[in-house]
Design a protein around this ligand. Structure first.
Ligand SMILES: *Cc1c(COP(=O)(O)O)cnc(C)c1O
Length: 359
């Protein structure tokens, strides 16, 4: 086990190498459409640092997708997308209002504070991993004196860390509240939220007041990369410098951009997300029917959170399944991805049933 792995057991050697797991959507490989675009981009030479036709095309496709002339930057991962975009919106004495299970708080090793030179995250609670306008208002009004880290930008995660989805009305209500400040969206699983809601992407972003979206590519099926999308174009000023300074300007940028072209063509990104969501819906249905399994959150995207007895978790690990049991508010997280099959879900659920019965 490498020094940076978390509490999951190492994948047992005896496990079939093709088994698909439910630990995370980043356990999945590269979607064929992204792979094909990479291959196509690999023909000959192209200008570096994003001055290539693939990067131009991918950014234009994102602008078309959101139906607005936004500024688009490609970075390597979600931690960089979130922390650099937040840093770009904040002075060091500002604070970021976010949920206490937010990825920026729990899973980015302090990168937002680091890149923002000390901007503090102010943690709010809220049912089902969601912020509420009331909670935000309370936090903003709690203190207005100079001794308090000045509330500046609201950050929400769509879909959330616990697999729920903000409705368009909920995003709009937070957007109205955040108007005077700023509104950031961690969209590592934005695709899954759009697939659930069946809305145009603009309806839950700039039309709802979102200033900047970190649009996830990796968990949707790309090999590497997230797009930082500034709907508020004033805020994007000189972000190219910040990304470069943050080590996020890829020299062979076409290989970060090309998979986006493959995924955004013909709605591929949404199809993959809808499939992952459907597999999670099946998982939810099968696990709900097993006595002793407690579902922790409404299943609204591509994750199912359940509470399982410890010996059951160990027995499932012993059967070679990999899944996390510490994400969000605890419990076991079963995450489906673009390549999860119905057979995978049924095999896992039947192992859960067998192990629960034997307990
Ligand atoms: C995976 C994820 C990210 C991005 O994480 P990286 O490992 O830095 O790419 C961001 N936000 C959420 C909610 C995530 O689940």
């Amino acid at each position: 086990m490498s020094s940076n792995s978390r509490v999951l057991p190492a994948a047992p050697d005896a496990t079939s190498p093709v088994r698909r797991h439910f630990a995370s959507d980043n356990y999945a490989g590269i979607a064929p459409e992204a792979w094909a675009a990479l291959e196509e981009a690999n023909r000959g030479h192209a200008p570096a640092y994003g001055n290539d036709p693939w990067t131009q095309r991918a950014a234009d496709m994102i602008r078309r997708l959101f139906e607005t002339p936004c500024e688009v930057f490609f970075v390597f991962n979600g931690t960089a997308a979130n922390s650099l975009s937040l840093a770009h919106c904040c002075q060091s004495y500002h604070s970021v209002l976010c949920h206490d299970v937010a990825h920026i708080e729990k899973d980015e090793c302090g990168a937002p504070e680091f890149f923002a030179n000390g901007s503090k995250l102010l943690l709010l609670s809220g049912a089902h991993g969601k912020l509420s306008p009331e909670g935000i208002e309370e936090a903003v009004l709690r203190r207005t004196d100079i001794h308090y880290p000045k509330p500046h930008i609201v950050s929400i995660t769509q879909s959330t860390e616990v697999g729920t989805v903000y409705t368009p009305a909920e995003v709009r209500a937070i957007g109205a509240m955040a108007k005077k400040h700023g509104f950031h969206m961690d969209g590592a699983r934005f695709a899954n939220a759009v697939a659930t809601l069946g809305v145009a992407p603009r309806e839950i972003t700039w039309q709802a007041g979102v200033d900047v979206l970190c649009f996830g590519g990796t968990k949707n099926g790309i090999h590497v990369g997230e797009a930082v999308v500034f709907f508020n174009r004033d805020l994007a000023r000189e972000f190219d410098y910040r990304a470069k300074q943050g080590g996020q300007l890829c020299s062979k940028m076409r290989f970060v951009a090309a998979p986006w072209v493959g995924m955004l063509q013909d709605g591929v990104w949404l199809r993959h997300a809808a499939h992952a969501n459907a597999m999670a819906a099946l998982m939810h249905e099968l696990l709900s029917a097993i006595a002793g399994v407690r579902i922790l959150f409404p299943r609204e995207a591509n994750a199912v959170f359940v509470e399982l007895p410890k010996p059951v978790i160990q027995a499932l690990y012993a059967r070679g399944w990999l899944f996390y049991n510490f994400i969000g508010e605890g419990g076991c997280r079963l995450m489906c991805s673009w390549d999860t099959s119905e057979d995978d879900v049924r095999a896992f659920a039947s192992d859960v049933a067998a192990v629960m019965e034997a307990k």
